[in-house]
Design a protein around this ligand. Sequence first.
Ligand code: G3P
Length: 214
Amino acid sequence: MKIFLDTADATKIRECAKTGLVDGITTNPTLIAKAGRKQEEAIKEICSIVKGPVSVEGVGEKAEEMVRDGKEFAAWSKNVVVKVPMTKEGMVAVKRLREEGVKTNVTLIFSAAQALLAAKAGADYVSPFVGRLDDMGEDGMALIEGILDIYSNYEFETEVIVASVRHPMHVVEAAEMGAHCATVPPEVFEKLFLHKMTEDGIKRFMDDWKKVQK
Ligand code: G3P
């Protein structure tokens, strides 16, 4: 399973990417605003750090605006994937961007029906938001299972990015289900490495080693 970082913070991306375990990046207008930088400058820097896909999202609502912005974003780097919201206009934009050779990631997916339509429109990726569903008392990971079932029935090539990840178990369950990717905030990425027994084990090895070094 590919692991993407869900952030526009270049410092955190650089730090996490040192592990060699970061396969791509996803951003959105909220994350760009949080990074406090111009979108173009931030995305170009991110593309110089990570070699995989980097999702970039505009705020246009009409298909024409999404296509225009998407083509502009795609010209920044060959890594750019254009994020398009799950709307009728968005699906028109996905088809047009595909014709132009621009990759797309359909975002704000909250139902299997939406994921089906996005795949039919030719999206390269879909981003179901599991954490936001969980926040509403729904079952985010059950949606992932449903989408993967549907895609396997028809051999769609659209990849599922488990998004709005809140904790390591979202990532583990995504992998168990065979999701293509999970996009995780840097804080969750760091937590994936940790286990108390690993820390305790290292300490015990060190202590025992020191005892015989006199
Ligand atoms: O990738 C989508 C993600 O950024 C949304 O996450 O935490 O705002 O629900 P969140």
